[in-house]
Design a binder for this molecule. Structure first.
Ligand code: ATP
Length: 394
């Protein structure tokens, strides 16, 4: 393997009906997920939804109440963490501060291959077998460091490294065991934005090179979309949707997922409000939203600011909503224009920032949105639909 990247034997991961409780709280509620060999899957969800608990359960660090975990087709239920062939990288890199980077990376092999006696210098000098093992470990540390491009850092202690460098050393320590499965729990969270972007690109490139099956926890949807083959979206201990970044971005199954993937803004308008105020189509009955007829539609319609536009007058033949400008927020190249619809709902329209001056507060316009990109959802409990519908019925 010297001088070249080594490819690990990728393994599949199958999780079925995994349940884990802390007292009365169900941290994992019948979680099922299949990950293909060599696939990079992100677990995405808000704080407290159970992402870390899922990873810890797979690693064998958390006792589960029910369900099964298979790695490479073999059940690992009941196996000790170290026998599961998984490598875990935490947000806090947990490097040994008194050891050099080389020693940190070598630590898992020294533990497993040398045993307590072999770690004593006097003994390994006397024993030829132990010396050969140590030499082989040193070779593997060198090869791993080359892969991660951290060879110049090997002699340094963790305190003398940047956050990104420490993160790579932690990855090296996980990589050296050639695990069947990589479990990464927000490994980039401690890095500043620029370094985080760079490191995530490096991390994905490295994962592709070695082909390791990887589960990556994050609460950042941009990060998940940037690096994943597929994303599993979690809320309240359950996986709500699994799909490619494109599938989830285009077709979120619930309003909660749509909101999560449309930060900071998603326009959510009751279907009844649209029916009442939308005008400009040849016949209101012809309007279709996300493929379904607006006529008789219940619930809410959601569309992104970038799928909306504003004009001073209605575009002939296109349905639009009358609106009044509230304020604009500059966002560099683009700006977010906040408008009020006829029933008082706020909507956000993405415009170019040089157009802000065209839309002063109080200006009247017509909001158009891409009917194919919009999606209908059931109204969330206690939200949206009720006020407008009540008025429509009254
Ligand atoms: N050891 C524990 N004892 C009791 N409750 C726990 C324990 N570990 C986690 N929990 C609870 O289980 C739920 C899931 O926690 P978990 O750490 O898996 O969430 P998470 O999605 O990783 O959150 P974050 O993004 O903030 O790290 C939370 O409500 C948490 O408070």
């Amino acid at each position: 393997m010297q001088g070249t990247d080594h490819t690990m034997e990728s393994q599949t991961l199958e999780i079925a009906d995994l349940t884990c409780r802390f007292g009365a709280h169900r941290a994992l509620d019948a979680v099922s997920l299949s990950v293909g060999a060599g696939e990079f899957v992100s677990i995405l969800g808000p704080s407290g939804c159970g992402k870390s608990t899922l990873l810890r359960s797979i690693a064998g660090l958390e006792a589960v109440e029910g369900g099964t975990i298979r790695i490479g087709g073999q059940s690992v239920d009941g196996l000790r963490p170290r026998d599961r062939g998984v490598a875990f990288v935490f947000q806090s890199y947990a490097l040994y501060p008194h050891m050099s980077c080389a020693e940190n990376i070598a630590a898992p092999l020294r533990m497993s291959e040398l045993g307590p006696l072999g770690r004593l210098p006097l003994l390994w000098r006397l024993s030829g077998r132990m010396r050969r093992t140590r030499e082989s470990i040193a070779d593997r540390v060198g090869a791993t460091a080359r892969q991660l491009q951290i060879e110049p850092l090997l002699g340094r202690r963790p305190a003398a490294l940047s956050g990104g460098q420490r993160q790579r050393v932690a990855l090296g320590r996980a990589l050296i065991r050639e695990p069947a499965l990589f479990l990464l729990d927000e490994p980039l969270a401690n890095l500043d934005a620029a370094l985080r972007n760079r490191t995530r690109t490096d991390l994905r490139a490295l994962q592709r090179r070695i082909g390791a099956t990887t589960l990556f926890v994050t609460h950042d949807q941009t990060e998940a979309m940037a690096i994943s083959d597929r994303i599993a979206v979690m809320f309240d201990g359950r996986i709500h949707q699994v799909g490619t970044p494109d599938e989830i971005y285009r077709d979120p199954e619930t309003l909660a997922i749509a909101r999560f993937f449309s930060q900071p803004h998603l326009n959510v308008v009751p279907a009844a409000t649209l029916r009442r105020h939308i005008g400009g189509a040849t016949a209101a009955g012809d309007i279709r939203i996300g493929g379904a007829a607006l006529e008789g539609m219940a619930g809410v319609v959601a569309f992104r600011p970038e799928d909306a536009s504003i004009r001073t007058a209605r575009r002939p033949g296109l349905p639009g909503l009358p609106c009044t400008v509230d304020h604009a927020e500059h966002a560099g190249h683009d700006a977010n224009l906040f408008v009020r619809l006829a029933d008082g709902e706020t909507a956000v329209v993405r415009i170019r920032s040089h157009e802000i001056a065209d839309w002063p507060q109080g200006a009247e316009g017509v909001l158009h949105f891409d009917l194919d990109a919009a999606r209908r959802f059931d109204a969330p409990q206690g939200e949206a639909e009720t006020p407008s519908r009540a008025r429509e019925v009254a």
